[in-house]
Design a binder for this molecule. Structure first.
Ligand code: GAL
Ligand code: CA
Length: 338
């Protein structure tokens, strides 16, 4: 009986964080309170989450990763709980990039360092707290690389000018409106054509907050049977997940249009091998996850965040570590297989 009471007391104390003096867990480990904006997301769940977990284990720290289910309100609540529990540092994947400022405010009030990853906040938001940093990419780079890959394929005839009007007719699967990656990819991939002196015509563009395969499938199926269905010369997908859906829709319709993605997920490499995807861009989730953990540990220990690592912080006020994108084509995709 006594034992049972003592046990439940200990459980209660560790849950509420009272147990830890400072903020370490019961083994004295650093605790990282983390989330993924939506466990349904192919890239975040498939490429980033496993490395966040394995690399944290390798580094001897504890990471608690919760699912924010695509709702900023859920994430706000999760952050409050992490703060009450007394985690040492937060590693947050915003649901809504526009909420960066209020999330930073929460961390600041609790005086807990914060690493944002994958969804970047504005420079203004980043400037409001000296203990917030960002880990991600240079969003524009992915669009530029994808665009250059498509320009080369247009020049080589892989993307055919089906109606011989000298203009590229495209449809675009955009991803999340307002997400720096979605906005930059949409702009830069098309700009690569116009920069190369190739005229473009957008036949359709659809957005999806969750970048999902289902969305890619539904929209592509609808496009293929629409009045402009036979005019489409390329499908530009701002991530692989949506491209997978588009590929399924094309197969169902017995059509094979040139199609490009971003992320270079394992399934994308398989689609390239099978001649169903014409290219993608490596979004290096492994290194982004490692950088997130490395910075979180340093921040929790009050050290300069990149100390003892090979990561480099930007000096333009974004306080970011940006991991490079790489073109993945039918020529080099084998190099990216795990
Ligand atoms: C992007 C990635 C998308 C999606 C998104 C979520 O970087 O390319 O597939 O995961 O992040 O924020
Ligand atoms: Ca054309």
């Amino acid at each position: 009986m006594k034992k049972a009471i003592l046990f439940s007391l200990i459980v209660l104390m560790s849950v509420t964080g009272l147990f830890a003096e400072g903020q370490k867990d019961t083994d004295g480990k650093i605790v990282i309170g983390a989330n993924i904006y939506n466990f349904q997301d192919n890239f975040m769940n498939g490429a980033m989450k496993p490395v966040l977990e394995s690399y944290a284990a390798e580094k001897g720290v504890e990471i608690q990763i919760v699912d924010s289910e695509g709702q900023q309100a859920i994430l706000n609540n999760q952050i409050d709980i992490f703060i009450t529990r007394g985690v040492n540092v937060l590693a947050i994947n915003l649901v809504d990039p526009a909420s960066a400022e209020s999330v930073i405010e929460k961390a600041k009030r609790a005086d807990i360092p914060l690493i944002l990853f994958n969804k970047e906040g504005s420079k203004e938001a980043m400037s409001t707290y000296d203990k917030v940093w960002y880990v991600g990419t240079d969003s524009a780079e992915s669009g530029i690389i994808q665009g250059q890959m498509m320009v080369a394929d247009w020049n080589a005839g892989v993307i055919a000018d089906k109606n011989n009007d000298g203009v590229l007719q495209y449809v675009m699967l955009k991803g999340e409106p307002g997400h720096p990656d979605a906005e930059a990819r949409t702009r830069e991939s098309v700009k690569a054509f116009t920069d190369a002196g190739i005229q473009v015509q957008q036949l359709a563009l659809e957005a999806d907050q969750n970048w999902s395969t289902q969305h890619g499938n539904d929209k592509t199926a609808a496009w293929l049977t629409s009045s402009f269905g036979s005019d489409i010369e390329v499908i530009i997908a701002n991530n692989d997940g949506m491209a997978f859906g588009a590929i399924t829709a094309m197969k169902a319709a017995g059509v094979r249009l040139p199609i490009y993605g971003v992320d270079a997920l394992d399934q994308a490499l398989t689609h390239i091998a099978e001649g169903e995807l014409d290219g993608t861009v490596l979004n290096d989730g492994e290194n982004q996850a490692k950088a997130t953990i490395d910075l979180a540990i340093n921040a929790a220990m009050g050290k300069p965040v990149t100390e003892g690592t090979s990561w480099v912080l930007t000096t333009d006020g974004s306080k970011a570590v940006r991991v490079a994108y790489v073109a993945v084509t039918p020529e080099n995709y084998e190099d990216f297989r795990k």
